[in-house]
Design a protein around this ligand. Structure first.
Ligand code: ADP
Ligand code: GLC
Length: 477
C-alpha cells in the first residue's frame, strides 16, 4: 500500500504548530506498520536546505509556471519537493509575512501543492504511484478537488487539523487554478461566493478524518464548524468522517532520553525530575524555590488557545503560591499583555516571546502544571507531551483535550485514572477553580506523585493512530 502525504510543514525542518509534529512522526509509524509512505511539500528554503541531496523526477509546465519535481530522502522518509523559487522562496512562515499578512499569491502557492500531488497520483513519477493521497489542512485541500476533476484515479483522505483556517480566495482565480467551472457551487468548493480550499478537501475527499474523536463530533455543530456544519453533518451521516487521535513522537519527547533537558527521569524515579524545576526557574528569572507550583504555557498565542482567561486569574494563581512561565508567539496584543504581566510581577511570572524548541522541552520538563484553557482544540499535542513528562495538564473539556485528560475528581483519584485537571465552562471562575484544585492535590504530595506516575504510564504512541489510518486506507480501497 503506497501513501502520499500532502502537506506544508515537517518537523524539525519547518514548523509553525502541531501539524509539523504530526508529519514528522506519523509517516515513520506508518512505515513501521509496513506501508510505503512518501510526502510531498513545497520546496520552501528551510525544507530545501534540510534535504540537499535530491534527484530530478520531472519537469512540468503548470498554471503557476515551470516546476521541477525533485525527490530526496529525509530521515528514512521519501520526500517530493516542488521546486519553483518564484513561488516558494520566502523565509519564515509558509503562510504569511512578519505582520501576519497572508502572502499575496497564496492561492497559487497552495493550489500548486494540490496540483502536483494529483500529477503524481496520475503517474508523473514512473517509478512510484500512490494508492492513497492523504492531504492535510486547507493548504492541501485542492489535491482532493483536482483528483475528483481527473476522475478519482486514486482514493483521497483529507485530515482536518484545524477548521479555523479555511483558505478563502476570490472566485476570479478559478480559471487561473484550472479548476472546472462546475466545481464552483454550493455542492462543491464554493463558500459564500469565494473559493474555499478547506471546503474542497471536505467535499471532494473520499474520507475526512480529524485529529480526535471529540473534535470529529464537535465540528458537525455550528459552534465549532465555521459554517461547514451542514456539509460535515452529511459526510458524517455517510460514514465519511472519523476522529483519529494524534500521538507522541517518543524519539523526541521522552524524559528518559531527551537531550535538551538538564536531568533525565522516568516514572519510577520522579525525584530526578526536581533539578529540571530549579533549572527552569533560574533560566526564566523566577524565584528558585521548590515551594512554588509552576504553571506553564507553551503555545501559539492565538484566540483559539484561550489565553485571555489566564490573564484574568493571575492574582489567585500567584497568591496561592504559583509561578507562571509562558513561551509563545503570535498575536501582538496577547504578547504585549503577557509581557506587561511579567514586568509587573518579576520573579513570579516569566514570559519568553518567540519560537524556541529547546525552551519548550525545558519548560515541559521543569513545570508542574501545563495550562491549556483552549476555546477549541482539534487534538493538542502539548498536553500529551506534558503527560509523558509527569507535568499535569490543566485543560478545558474540548476536542482532543477532552479525549486525553482525565480530571482529578475523587472517584478518578480513587481508581487511579486521574491524570490532570479539567474544567468545562469558558470563564475565569471555572479556570480559577481548577487551579485551586491543582493546589489542593499538590499539597497532598503522595497523591500528586501517584497521578504523575499514572500520567507518565499512559501510552499515546503513534502506533495506534498508524494502525487506524491503515485500516481506513484498506477500507477505502
Ligand atoms: P497547535 O498545532 O494548535 O499549535 P499543538 O498542541 O498541536 O497545537 O502543537 C503545538 C506544537 O508547537 C507543540 O509541539 C508545541 O510544543 C509547539 N510550540 C508551540 N509554541 C511554541 C513555542 N513558542 N516555542 C516552541 N514550541 C512551541
Ligand atoms: C492543529 C490543532 C491542534 C492539533 C494539531 C496537529 O494545529 O490546533 O489541536 O494538535 O493541529 O494535528
Amino acid at each position: 500500500m503506497r501513501v502520499l502525504h500532502v502537506c506544508t510543514e515537517l518537523f524539525p525542518l519547518l514548523k509553525t504548530g502541531g501539524l509539523a509534529d504530526v508529519l514528522g512522526a506519523l509517516p515513520d509509524a506508518q512505515i513501521a506498520e509496513g506501508l510505503d509512505v512518501r510526502i510531498i511539500l513545497p520546496a520552501f528554503p528551510e525544507i530545501r536546505k534540510g534535504i540537499p541531496q535530491c534527484t530530478r523526477v520531472a519537469e512540468v509546465d503548470t498554471f503557476a509556471g515551470r516546476v521541477l519535481l525533485r525527490y530526496g530522502n529525509y530521515r528514512g522518509k521519501g520526500i517530493y519537493l516542488i521546486d519553483i523559487p518564484s513561488l516558494y522562496d520566502c523565509h519564515g512562515s509558509p503562510y504569511h509575512d512578519k505582520s501576519l499578512r497572508p502572502w499575496p499569491d497564496n492561492h497559487r502557492r497552495f493550489a500548486l501543492l494540490g496540483w502536483m500531488a494529483c500529477e503524481i497520483a496520475c503517474g508523473l513519477d514512473s517509478y512510484w504511484r500512490p494508492d492513497i493521497v492523504h492531504a492535510h489542512d486547507w493548504h492541501a485541500g485542492l489535491a482532493c478537488a483536482y483528483l475528483a476533476a481527473r476522475g478519482r484515479p486514486v482514493r483521497s483522505v483529507f485530515t482536518v487539523h484545524n477548521l479555523a483556517y479555511q483558505g478563502l480566495f476570490a472566485a476570479h482565480h478559478l480559471s487561473e487554478l484550472q479548476l472546472p467551472a462546475s466545481f464552483f457551487q454550493m455542492h462543491g468548493l464554493e463558500f459564500y461566493g469565494q473559493i474555499s480550499f478547506l471546503k474542497a478537501g471536505l467535499f471532494y475527499a473520499d474520507h475526512i478524518t480529524t485529529v480526535s474523536p471529540t473534535y470529529a463530533r464537535e465540528i458537525t455543530q455550528a459552534a465549532f464548524s465555521y459554517g461547514m456544519e451542514g456539509l460535515l453533518q452529511t459526510r458524517s451521516d455517510e460514514g465519511c468522517l472519523t476522529g483519529i487521535l494524534n500521538g507522541v513522537d517518543e524519539n523526541i519527547w521522552d524524559p528518559a532520553t531527551d537531550k535538551l533537558i538538564l536531568a533525565h527521569y522516568h516514572q519510577d524515579n520522579l525525584s530526578a525530575k526536581v533539578p529540571n524545576k530549579a533549572h527552569l526557574q533560574a533560566m526564566m528569572g523566577l524565584q528558585v524555590t521548590d515551594n512554588a507550583l509552576i504553571f506553564a504555557v507553551v503555545s501559539r498565542l492565538t484566540e483559539q488557545k484561550g489565553l485571555d482567561l489566564i490573564l484574568e486569574v493571575l492574582t489567585p494563581l500567584l497568591s496561592l503560591g504559583g509561578q507562571l512561565v509562558v513561551l509563545g508567539a503570535g498575536e501582538h496584543a496577547l504578547q504585549e499583555k503577557f509581557l506587561a504581566a511579567a514586568a509587573a510581577r518579576p520573579g513570579q511570572i516569566s514570559v519568553q516571546i518567540g519560537y524556541h524548541e529547546i525552551f519548550s522541552h525545558r519548560i515541559i520538563a521543569g513545570a508542574d502544571v501545563i495550562l491549556l484553557p483552549s476555546r477549541f482544540e482539534p487534538c493538542g499535542l502539548t498536553q500529551l507531551y506534558s503527560l509523558k513528562y509527569g507535568v499535569l495538564p490543566l485543560v478545558r473539556r474540548t476536542g482532543g483535550l477532552a479525549d486525553t485528560v482525565v480530571d482529578s475528581t475523587l472517584e478518578n483519584l480513587a481508581d487511579d485514572s486521574a491524570c490532570g485537571f479539567v474544567f468545562d465552562e469558558y470563564c475565569p471562575r471555572a479556570l480559577e477553580q481548577a487551579i485551586r484544585r491543582a493546589f489542593v492535590l499538590w499539597r497532598r504530595k503522595k497523591q500528586w506523585h501517584r497521578v504523575q506516575h499514572h500520567a507518565m504510564e499512559l501510552d499515546f504512541g503513534w502506533h495506534t493512530a498508524a494502525q487506524r489510518y491503515r485500516s481506513l486506507y484498506y477500507h477505502l480501497l
